[in-house]
Design a protein around this ligand. Sequence first.
Ligand code: TYD
Length: 137
Amino acid sequence: MALEHARVIELPKISDSRGNLTFVEGGRHIPFEIKRIYYLYDVPGGGARGGHAHKKLEQLVIAASGSFEIVLDDGRNKKKYFLNRSYYGLYIPQMVWREMENFSSGTVCLVLASDIYDEDDYFRNYQMFLNSCTITR
Ligand code: TYD
């Protein structure tokens, strides 16, 4: 079941008097090679994003600055995560619906993805996502 593979990954953090540094190596800290990076910013305080699932794409979602909640749903179970540290990433496997909520103002949400953008990889309709979960189960 997809949700069992979702998890918060603690990333390396190098601290010294100049501040902190965190890095991510594809295939080492996360279970996929990174083919794309995108980031969400200027999201209004209290705002929401997401509302979709991916057929094949894997992602690591990081609150690089600020905070937000993510509700993951594999069609059977739901789990809510709160991200507010730059050195934690939420690994989201394929076939998981996500709702991102309650962005604090000024948040930067960094997303590492296993593939380039492909609209055909999206489920944007929840009922179609549920139907596909049932078929593949
Ligand atoms: P969307 O995936 O719906 O954003 P969110 O993850 O916040 O729900 O993407 C919003 C729009 O941006 C949509 O028209 C597709 C486009 N987009 C790209 O062109 N390339 C990308 O890498 C991403 C993530 C989105």
